[in-house]
Design a protein around this ligand. Sequence first.
Ligand SMILES: [Cu+2]
Length: 96
Amino acid sequence: MRKSTPAIAGALIAIAFASAAQAQSSTGTVKKVDADAQKITIDHGPIKNLNMEGMTMVFRVADPAMLKQVKAGDRIRFDADRVNGAYTVIKMTKGR
Ligand SMILES: [Cu+2]
């Protein structure tokens, strides 16, 4: 039995929320929306909190409903972070 596991999971969740709160708004252009896989491909500018330069890459989304608001070609602002090791869009709004 590993009784400490829930406590560790709780601590990791707290860290995830703390870093999400520091996320900077990034900009990008939607390249592809995959609603079935709950993924979105974004040609994005620099993402400070992830130490990323501009590139095109696939993100997961925190809420599948976000994918219904956008389509390929849309300009977006978004916050991204690592959630359980996967790059995830936390917040997204249409427009520059
Ligand atoms: Cu990237």
